[in-house]
Design a protein around this ligand. Structure first.
Ligand SMILES: [Zn+2]
Ligand SMILES: [Zn+2]
Length: 283
């Protein structure tokens, strides 16, 4: 309780209350998910539940002085969003931040519908934050939701919002961290002492500076074999070392990497995340 009242002067010029929050991994798999269809490898047939990975997404949940009822922000709504919401007891979504418009990150947008009906009655449409590039693709893919002439009565009550460098949501601040995904500049996010960076192949120097002081880091690490638009475990370990978080969690993991087996090879402060893992963070 005392910790909740603890004042933090470093993060902003004005006094700001620290809010205790949780970062929950809704999915830690790569775009194909694990098990991968048609594959009978050791990881795809593993009996360890940590080796079952839905498509990549996280949620940040908190309560605070400006948010007496619990708030939930989701980063990306992939094709498994409905199942992830059921598994994790998600009954509301206050905002979504999109990293980029690849299928494994956006195709669950339509599953926001029932939650958006509830949100719309209370507070208005759910804001969806994304870059102009991602917004353009969302408008095309979900034309029946976003086109000005959309008449489908059960369309999601959502509102596309251009993501800024800093985006306040109910007393929490979500900071965009530009990262490279092959040739594409996409969005990572920092919130309080934590950051979520997925689908990365390079982190610009200017973005590394925005990550100073991050204590809990979620970082994508696809596999050992090099890939044009994703980090290998070795690359991710190098960034983990550079950023120097107290705790780094690997996500967006392909079926090449077994949970236990890979964990044994990692430094103690770097671990494989798994679906349903929830770690404390402060906003
Ligand atoms: Zn992806
Ligand atoms: Zn991608």
């Amino acid at each position: 309780m005392m910790a909740c009242q603890h004042m933090n002067r470093k993060r902003s010029r004005s006094w700001k209350l620290i809010m205790h929050a949780a970062l929950t991994f809704l999915g830690t798999g790569t775009s194909m998910g694990v098990p991968t269809l048609g594959c009978a490898c050791a990881v795809c047939t593993s009996s360890d539940p940590h080796d079952r990975r839905l498509r990549p997404s996280v949620m940040i949940s908190w309560t605070g002085p400006e948010s007496p009822s619990s708030r939930i922000v989701v980063i990306d709504t992939g094709p498994d969003f409905r199942e992830q919401a059921l598994r994790n007891g998600i009954t509301r979504v206050d905002a979504v931040f999109y990293t980029h418009a690849h299928a494994d990150h956006i195709l669950g947008l339509d599953d926001l519908r029932p939650l958006s009906f509830i949100a719309a009655k209370k507070a208005g449409p759910i804001p969806l934050y994304a870059t102009p590039d991602t917004i353009a693709i969302l408008k095309r893919v979900f034309d029946y939701t976003f086109s000005p002439g959309a008449t489908y009565p059960n369309r999601a009550r959502v509102e596309l919002m251009p993501v800024d460098a800093r985006n306040p949501v109910h007393g929490a601040l979500f900071q965009r961290i530009p990262v490279m995904h092959g040739d594409l500049e996409i969005s990572g996010y920092r919130f309080g002492n934590a950051a979520y960076l997925t689908d990365i192949s390079a982190i610009p120097e200017s973005s590394l500076r925005l990550l100073q002081g991050v204590e809990v880091l979620a970082l994508s690490a696809l596999r050992h074999v090099p890939h044009p638009s994703h980090a290998t475990v070795e690359q991710a370990l190098e960034w983990a070392r550079l950023i120097g978080a107290r705790q780094t969690w690997f996500t967006h993991i392909a079926h090449d990497l077994g949970h236990e087996e890979t964990n044994r090879t990692l430094p103690e402060n770097v671990r494989m995340a798994y679906d349903g893992l929830s770690v404390p963070v402060t906003l």
